[in-house]
Ligand binder design. Structure first.
Ligand SMILES: *Cc1c(COP(=O)(O)O)cnc(C)c1O
Length: 387
């Protein structure tokens, strides 16, 4: 057996059910395993490698910073994080940004800001945040509490207090639960990723926006997976036409380096005060240099390309044998298949295509610039495996 497999099982905590392949290198949307077998990668490390493996322009931006200085503390001013914050502000209209290192941390910051706002401005001692059933917000104890799925909760009780849940896309339940819990904030993904690639309806989002306005409830959008061009807009909320109060993002932001960002819009921009929050690595110059490069390149042309690839996937797979339905937006898609999703993953892997699952669906999160010909090849494989 491969010694990497053996030593991984021996020395690494058993939290991951890994597939029996060891990835050793990649370029663009193709990667290679230790047997020399090549794969078309439609998973991008779960929406992280925004422009695929080892994108040359990104490498240049990152290595330039790496050769300048790799890190200092947040006691000093540095340029890359300021450039990134300014860029995010100009592209979204947010006022300020807090940088961290992961999606869970970006959400932790969002939750802290929402709580502090409720306490500072409204004098609420123990504010409630309403999240959606079937959501996913991370693995820390507090973001687990925010996650509306019992399967993630069991074995880790007690979780952080102050979270209540309401079903996605159910307007009546939303109205009832807002009455019942008087939440200070509502937190949601515009497309539930881990929950099975389920987009929120325009009607439901419009209702949340309306209620939030009436009752001065903050809207927190978790754009960890939907963000950074993934859905065909820079951020998923932009597909719905409203202005959120807090947006968290991570995964694809730095194109393959660890980063989290919490964007604070008008009302909450000054909630965080000196020493109310912090992060040793937050705003790391190398990650931020990578992120500046990624965000600068997610322009209208790139986003048109995401839509074009979305249409290609939908047109190729809709009505194909063994495919029941496709959900999602842009290059964040879930495919309901007649065969089990894990059988499809295995079958595709054997034929050189890497895909993911989300609940009972096959999930695709390809690089935003995957070459059309490569994508076509991968779709033929998916079709043949689903048959
Ligand atoms: C992945 C994900 C997270 C957690 O991100 P980590 O970087 O793994 O902490 C949170 N929210 C959503 C919507 C995600 O998809």
């Amino acid at each position: 057996m491969n010694s990497c497999f053996e030593n991984d099982k021996k020395y690494i905590a058993s939290t991951y059910n890994r597939f029996p392949i060891e990835i050793i290198e990649g370029k663009g949307s193709i990667c290679k395993d230790s047997d020399g077998k090549e794969y078309i990668d439609l998973g991008t490390g779960i929406a992280v490698n925004t422009f695929g493996f080892c994108d040359e322009i990104w490498i240049e931006a990152v290595t330039k910073q790496l050769n300048t200085f790799q890190h200092t503390s947040n006691l000093y001013y540095t340029d890359p994080c300021v450039r990134l914050a300014e860029l995010l502000s100009s592209r979204t209209g947010c006022s300020k940004v807090f940088f961290s290192n992961s999606g869970a941390e970006a959400n932790e910051c969002a939750i802290k800001v929402a709580r502090k706002y409720a306490t500072d401005v409204k004098g609420i001692k123990e504010p409630v945040i309403l999240t959606l059933v079937n959501s996913f917000h991370g693995r820390t104890i507090t973001t687990l509490a925010a996650t509306g799925q019992d399967v993630f909760h069991k074995d880790f009780l007690p979780l952080t207090k102050g979270f209540e849940y309401t079903p996605a896309n159910d307007i009546n339940a939303l109205i009832e639960n807002v009455e019942k819990y008087s939440p200070s904030a509502i937190m949601f993904e515009t497309v539930q990723g881990e929950g099975g690639v389920n987009p929120l309806t325009k009607e439901f989002v419009n209702e949340m926006v309306k209620i939030a306005k009436e009752k001065d409830i903050l809207l927190i959008v978790d754009e960890v997976q939907t963000g950074n061009g993934r859905t065909g807009s820079l951020y998923g909320y932009m597909n719905y036409g409203f202005t959120p109060d807090i947006v968290s993002t991570a995964k694809g932001l730095a194109g393959g380096l660890p980063i989290g960002a919490t964007m604070l819009f008008g009302k909450v921009k000054d909630v965080l005060t000196p020493s109310s929050h912090g992060s040793t690595f937050g705003g790391n110059p190398v990650s931020c240099a990578g992120a500046v490069n990624i965000i600068e390149r997610i322009d209208d042309t790139l986003l048109e390309g995401v839509k074009e690839r979305n249409e290609l996937i939908i047109n190729t797979l809709t009505g194909a044998k063994g495919i029941k339905s496709i959900t999602g937006t842009g290059l964040m898609l879930g495919i309901e298949t007649e065969k089990g999703a894990s059988d499809i993953v295995k079958g595709c892997m054997e034929k050189g295509v890497l895909v993911l699952t989300a609940k009972t669906k096959v999930r695709l999160l390809p690089a935003l610039n995957i070459p059309i010909e490569t994508l076509k090849k991968a779709l033929e494989v998916i079709k043949s495996v689903c048959e």
